[in-house]
Design a protein around this ligand. Structure first.
Ligand SMILES: Cc1cc2nc3c(=O)[nH]c(=O)nc-3n(C[C@H](O)[C@H](O)[C@H](O)COP(=O)(O)OP(=O)(O)OC[C@H]3O[C@@H](n4cnc5c(N)ncnc54)[C@H](O)[C@@H]3O)c2cc1C
Length: 397
């Protein structure tokens, strides 16, 4: 990359949300540059469950059909909750999702090896300037931070760093050469402070995760695959003895251990998610942990709503060529208005998702029975249908 680049719209981060945002804008005839710190597309975690709301967005982005042919339809989510509700979902390899989004972007949209380290405003024009790790600067007119949990853009907006649950998740893959024999179900069962999840990806491959209490030793464990596996076996052997072999036989290289983080509901309610021509989306805006399986889909919804608000305000309707849009001088006031509208449309939806996920996380980590009871009552009161979130429709692109 040159020492200095000018690009009208820069998206920081080529995860699910950054790529979906670039694609949504592209579908509206608006070009953007995605800057990603990794050297190639990365897809942390093996698989991702997508409920009906997420598939609606993938259809709007024009990749739903292609991805359905690669997805596994799981007949039901069996949740260990006392309500025992079920719902269907489709599960994808994360790499398939990431690749489908990236492959539908114009060539050279993504710049790899570009870690954003700081953001400031040009004192003359008030346009945002991104500073990369190698000293490169990118002069932008619009910046959209899709840079995940430790977002530089969220930090610039004055949002607090994400908070931590007292929980962590171990994720991995197990291959059964002769077939696993599990039913096509996403099983997620909680016993005491431990959750076991199991998703069959195909006839032979199973994605599983173990949620358990975080211990100080976990920072050390998280760097050694064998230790991660042993700790996962240890944490489920009493509550889920039948699944010990699955974890013992896992592919060591697939294992990850990470502390679960969240943005608190009150921060979602009050946070400034945009300032002028800078905004955030995806985990950078609302990291919520895996408890209701909606973090990725919420980022997909953000992408559609953001691109719709932007195109509506800027007059983009898909008819003009992306190159022309990229060259145009974007009027900061109109962008600001579009981002205000985007945040307004998203706030209540992500507040509900984040609250349900937050309370579920608290329920899993609580040890006092009275505390568990209070949280359960709150969940029943606020979310009488625990899968109601899957029915949300964020609208057309
Ligand atoms: C255990 C677990 C299970 C989950 N299961 C599900 C599920 O089944 N369904 C679901 O919908 N969601 C699930 N989620 C949530 C989902 O994984 C996340 O919400 C989603 O991946 C967030 O996508 P994102 O693009 O916002 O952020 P990320 O995936 O974190 O992507 C951010 C990107 O930005 C890049 N980046 C970061 N900083 C910089 C920088 N400074 N400069 C340049 N690039 C940068 C990163 O390299 C990365 O590529 C789960 C989460 C966990 C932890």
């Amino acid at each position: 990359m040159s020492l200095s680049e000018e690009k009208a719209i820069v998206i920081v981060g080529a995860g699910i949300c950054g790529l979906a945002t670039a694609l949504a804008l592209h579908r509206k005839g608006v070009s953007s540059r995605v800057v990603e710190r990794s050297e190639s597309l990365r897809a942390a975690g093996a698989a991702i469950g997508i409920f009906a709301n997420g598939w609606r967005v993938l259809d709007e982005l024009g990749v739903g059909q292609e991805l359905r042919s690669k997805a596994v339809l799981l007949q039901a989510v069996r949740d260990g909750s006392p309500r025992g509700e079920t719902v269907s979902l489709m599960c994808l390899k994360r790499s398939d999702l990431i690749n489908a989004l990236a492959n539908n972007l114009p060539p050279d949209t993504i710049r790899f090896g570009c870690q954003t380290v700081a953001l400031n405003l040009d004192p003359q024009t008030s346009h945002p300037i991104l500073h990369l790790h190698d000293g490169t600067v990118i002069k932008a007119e619009v910046v959209i931070g899709c840079d995940g949990i430790n977002s530089v853009v969220a930090d610039w907006l004055g949002l607090k760093t994400s908070s931590q649950f007292s929980l962590c998740a171990v994720r991995g893959l197990t291959n059964y050469p002769n077939g696993h024999g599990f039913s096509k179900e996403f099983v997620r069962i909680r016993r005491n402070n431990t959750t076991l999840g199991r998703i069959p990806i195909d006839e032979k491959l199973v994605h599983w995760f173990v949620g358990r209490l975080w211990t100080p030793q976990d920072s050390r464990l998280s760097k050694e695959h064998k230790l991660i596996r042993d700790s996962a076996v240890e944490s489920i052997k009493d509550d889920f003895p039948a699944d010990v072999e699955m974890i013992r036989n896992s592919d060591l290289a697939s294992l990850t251990l990470l502390r679960l983080k969240y943005r608190a509901p009150w921060e979602i309610l009050l946070g400034n998610f945009s300032k002028g021509t800078v905004t955030v989306a995806g985990d950078a805006m609302h990291v919520m942990g895996p408890f209701i399986g909606q973090g990725g889909s919420a980022g997909l919804e953000d992408a559609v709503v953001l691109a719709r608000c932007f195109a509506k305000e800027m007059g983009g309707n898909g008819s003009s060529k992306p190159e022309e849009q990229g060259m145009m001088t974007i009027q900061a006031k109109r962008v600001g208005k579009a981002f205000d509208q985007y945040v307004k449309e998203r706030r209540f939806r992500i507040l509900r998702l984040s609250t349900q996920s937050y309370l579920t996380g608290l329920l899993v980590q609580a040890s006092l029975p009275v505390m568990k009871l209070i949280i359960l009552m709150l969940l029943l009161l606020l979310f009488p249908n625990s899968f109601g979130h899957t029915r949300h429709d964020c609208g057309r692109l």
